[in-house]
Design a protein around this ligand. Structure first.
Ligand SMILES: [Zn+2]
Length: 79
């Protein structure tokens, strides 16, 4: 009801990657996500699945980057 009159008030509830986020309306708990076009769309079970995969890829990539930068900083100290 509230949202019909005032519109949804979305808050970021999860950062999946740099570009993809999940949003929830403060009032009606409606969920949105960023899709591959960069626009907002309803967070359906399908998108939840996609986001879970994206998140896993993103986390793995970040871990690898972190490890790489540690290695290269050790390397630069040695050289
Ligand atoms: Zn709402």
């Amino acid at each position: 009801m509230y949202c019909n009159i005032f519109g949804h008030e979305y808050q970021v509830t999860k950062k999946v990657t740099y570009h993809v986020k999940e949003y929830t309306c403060r009032h009606c708990k409606k969920e949105l996500t960023t899709n591959s076009n960069g626009t907002l769309t309803e967070l359906t079970p399908k998108f939840k699945e996609i986001n879970a995969i994206l998140e896993r890829i993103h986390t793995t990539r970040m871990e690898r980057l972190k490890r790489k930068s540690i290695t290269s900083s050790i390397y630069s100290q040695l050289v």
